[in-house]
Design a protein around this ligand. Structure first.
Ligand SMILES: [Zn+2]
Length: 390
């Protein structure tokens, strides 16, 4: 057996524990640059309470504002420009990102680019499209506080940045970008709208399954993936139907965090490869794209991943299966049923994808995620798969 595991330096998980942010942050620095994800955080007063907690612990707070979309190159560059001019490499500066995956990824990119000043644009450091500049300097310490339960960005080492003009969605990635502190308060997710809960929950489940069946998985990531699925599968419907159900919200936040750990250490697969393309080419939100693609990705990989999929059967039903093959089929169809029950569309055309766009989705799907798919897919096979799903 052989494995490595990269995780946030500290994880603080629990209902209401956002109140600890001040004392926790005081251990990391004395000035906090805050980026936040949704206007409702501000409107509901959660952000103000957070600032008070930070100030009463002796930290000064710089509010850098809100992002309400998945971050683009210009968003990062604007924020980084502001951050660099304010912080100037002073020891004691930290970044705090609170919000969904978009805000966390933006915070992560800002913390890294604040200290890696070789270029004025993050573009030069993005995988596959930039000049290949690496993150060589240690980023500012980052506190990640998720307000959705899905992307697991609080545990990962990459920030996904897109460009509408350049038609790409690529990662800024470095082991050093993993947050110093993941402060996960599931109570922050109770105000998520139903669809956000459903799509982000399906994103977490997709991440857990793809990182489970990829050949890059290890003993430790498989254990964490299975634990995440064990808690998420029975909880997701309940979290959607009863938004204030504490055990369901805790389960989904726990599963989302674990999905971040497993994806950071084992990678993903076809659903995430194509989801990136759907985001870039057709402006489909990440979680929704994953939710639509997951059943297809499982059917495509079903043969090579049969045993791992069959292992999940008891999460859906206690009945005994005569063969591994029957159990694997049951799991794939149960996942599809879960999406159906949550209102996930079944066809790409329901997402606004035009048939002629499929040809451009194929090359955009290639990247780090697709490389982890259990079996290789040629361009023509992928094109056929997406046409059948259209
Ligand atoms: Zn995802």
């Amino acid at each position: 057996m052989k494995y490595e595991l990269l995780m946030p330096r500290q994880v603080v998980f629990g209902w209401g524990r956002r109140s600890e942010v001040g004392t926790r942050a005081a251990g990391l620095g004395n000035r906090v640059f805050v980026v936040s994800g949704s206007r409702s955080l501000r409107a509901s007063g959660i952000l103000d309470t957070l600032f008070q907690s930070l100030r009463s612990a002796g930290l000064s707070v710089v509010d850098l504002g809100t992002i309400s979309r998945e971050p683009e190159v210009e968003d990062v560059d604007t924020m980084v420009h502001q951050l660099r001019s304010l912080c100037g490499g002073v020891a004691g500066d930290i970044v705090l990102a609170i919000g969904g995956g978009a805000a966390l990824d933006l915070g992560k990119a800002m913390a890294a680019m604040a200290t890696n000043t070789r270029s004025d644009t993050v573009l030069d450091s993005l995988e596959g499209v930039g000049k290949g500049y690496q993150i060589t300097e240690r980023p500012l310490p980052l506190i990640a506080m998720p307000t959705t339960s899905g992307t697991g960005s609080e545990a990962t080492k990459n920030a996904v940045i897109s460009s509408r003009a350049g038609k790409f969605k690529k990662s800024l990635r470095s082991d050093q970008m993993v947050p110093q502190l993941a402060l996960i308060d599931p109570e922050l997710t109770v105000t998520c709208p139903r669809n956000t809960t459903a799509w982000s929950g399906m994103d977490a489940i997709t991440q857990l399954i793809e990182s489970l069946i990829t050949p890059k998985s290890t003993e430790i990531t498989r254990a964490l993936s299975k634990e995440g699925l064990r808690v998420a599968i029975p909880a997701l419907r309940r979290a959607c139907d009863e938004p204030e159900n504490r055990p369901a919200r805790e389960a989904m936040s726990h599963a989302a965090f674990l999905s971040g750990v497993t994806l950071a250490n084992a990678g993903l697969g076809m659903a995430h490869g194509v989801a990136a393309a759907l985001g870039v080419n057709c402006n489909v939100a990440h979680g929704l794209a994953c939710a639509v693609l997951l059943p297809t990705a499982l059917r495509v990989n079903r043969q090579v991943s049969e045993a791992a999929l069959a292992d999940l059967a008891p999460l859906f039903d206690t009945r005994q299966w005569a063969t591994t093959s029957a159990a694997a089929d049951f799991v794939v169809e149960s996942i599809a049923q879960l999406g159906h029950d949550l209102g996930v569309p079944e066809r790409l055309r329901e997402l606004g994808v035009r048939k002629e766009q499929i040809a451009e989705l194929v090359p955009t799907s290639r990247g780090n995620s697709m490389n982890g798919n259990p079996r290789p897919l040629s361009d023509s096979e992928l094109q056929d798969i997406l046409e059948a799903l259209w």
